[in-house]
Design a protein around this ligand. Structure first.
Ligand code: DHB
Length: 466
């Protein structure tokens, strides 16, 4: 056993420093976006206590007219068993779902997510775990805001182009079912995963896809895995203040106090939220003018369920003044006290910053994307982003109108303050209203993070895929 592990370690080290370098930027004709023939490399890695052998195809261009060629390429990883007529976890070369995780964060360019052990969580990362569970793993690199050609809507255009590439090469793929494509991402990457899931085949993206030479194929997907999505950007400032109004210290970098303009923005955005929420037309979830009502009950119910599951696992929640417990049952949560306890991360407005200097302003080309912040801007010569581009960045505009994925798993940690829990909750409600199956939860103790519960995730994926 010892020698097996040692051998695997050598292979892992070898794989880590050698294969990727050998094949980086392999000179390949960008006019062709067909699956390259037999140039796969084989690797073996230890995933948990299991040795996983897989073949990799690296750096395949997925569009014919790349504007950022370093990014518009993907890797394919296929478990070795599928080359020997064997099955894994009930899947075969033909039926294996295709996991398409993205590595986008902070709306920055995202690199291919190479199978590896994730030392942060002490487990295999999503790509390696996918292989261990019998999935074909395809990891596109994706443009982001710091590239010359990487502003909105570049990231969703690239992700769609990768899906189209898979369908274009369906007959030549070594394995995988192109009707079972599953996106995955966290934070800005979670927003991206939700965009891909929501906007299948929406014609509004067509000119952008054509411009980069994406294949003329469908780009709808089967399921979306979404962690802490920084999404609904053009409305997310309001629910942030609905939660954090009254907490005036923020923790982006050093602890600071909001200034008077930011405090005023907090008060105003908070009072604007009920009208926005009610405009979404949820039959059973509404807010009155003061921000109370069934939607608030729904948000509280998510935190209550989270606290209850922690309690059931034996966690001691005594001393948390925002959680009300009677006879070992969580009977309520106080969102005002929660906001004080969890602390505010961002000054108001949290996304469309008054000084036009947030990640999201940068994503839109250093422009505002809400009327509120444009009207109250403190930037020199402020301007508004193109309304069509703002629209293309919001999955809510497409749910039920485009070919939206049927299955969704959405997670937002109970300690996450990068956006309000109301944001993923609204996404989930909108999806449910249009007939999607949505598994939504706010896991206890989890900050802004993703892919931390892979065993549960793959149990859910097996349920929807088999
Ligand atoms: C991310 C986090 C943020 O708080 C934000 O505003 C945008 C992106 C991220 O981690 O991807």
């Amino acid at each position: 056993m010892k020698s097996k592990i040692f051998g695997a370690l050598i292979l892992v080290i070898f794989a880590g420093c050698s294969f990727a370098d050998d094949l980086q930027f392999a000179p390949r004709n960008a006019d062709s976006i067909t699956m390259p023939p037999n140039n796969a490399v084989s690797q073996t890695m230890l995933a948990g206590n299991k040795l996983i052998t897989f073949r990799s195809w690296l750096d395949i261009p997925y569009v014919t007219n790349p504007v950022e060629p370093e990014y518009q390429r993907l890797n394919i990883y296929v478990p070795e068993e599928y080359f020997h007529d064997q099955s894994i976890n009930g899947y075969t070369a033909k039926t294996a779902p295709i996991l398409l995780p993205n590595g986008v964060g902070g709306y920055m360019p995202g690199k291919q997510l190479i199978p590896a052990n994730d030392y942060r969580h002490g487990t295999p990362n999503i790509s390696l775990a996918g292989l261990a569970h019998g999935f074909v793993v395809v990891t596109p690199a994706i443009r982001g805001r710091t590239l010359e050609n990487g502003k909105a809507p570049a990231l969703i255009v690239d992700y769609k182009a990768a899906v189209r590439w898979l369908r274009h090469n369906k007959a030549n793929l070594p394995a995988g079912d192109t009707e079972k494509i599953i996106s995955d991402g966290l934070s800005a990457g979670g927003a991206l995963s939700s965009l891909l899931g929501a906007t299948g085949n929406a014609k509004e993206y067509e000119p952008y896809l054509q411009a980069i030479g994406a294949a003329d194929e469908r780009d709808d997907i089967f399921a979306s895995v979404v962690y802490c999505p920084i999404t609904d950007l053009d409305h997310a400032d309001m629910p942030y203040e609905w939660i954090f109004n009254g907490v005036n210290t923020y923790h982006m970098g050093p602890e600071r106090e909001m200034n008077d303009a930011q405090k005023k923005a907090s008060d105003e955005l908070k009072t604007m939220f009920p009208a926005y929420l009610n405009s979404l037309g949820f039959k059973d979830y509404k807010l009155d003018e003061s921000g109370n009502g069934t939607f608030k009950d729904f948000i509280e119910s998510l935190y209550i369920a989270s606290a209850q599951s922690a309690l059931d696992k034996g966690k001691n929640l005594n001393g948390l003044d925002w959680v009300e417990i009677r006879n070992n049952k969580v009977t309520g949560v106080d969102l005002n006290k929660y906001a004080v306890w969890v602390t505010r991360m961002k000054a108001a407005p949290a996304f469309d910053a008054l000084d036009n200097k947030s990640f999201e302003n940068n994503e839109f080309g250093d422009k505002h994307f809400t009327q509120y912040s444009f009207n109250h801007s403190t930037a020199e010569n402020p301007s508004m982003a193109d309304e069509n581009i703002i629209k293309l960045m919001n999955p809510l505009n497409f749910i039920g109108k485009a070919d939206t994925a049927k299955f969704w798993r959405i997670r937002h940690g109970a300690n996450d303050r990068d956006t309000s829990l109301a944001v993923p909750a609204i996404l989930a409600l909108k999806l449910r209203d249009s007939g999607c199956e949505v598994d939504l939860a706010a896991p206890w103790g989890v900050p802004h993070d993703g892919n931390y519960d892979l065993e549960e995730l793959f149990t859910w994926l097996d349920k929807i895929c088999k």
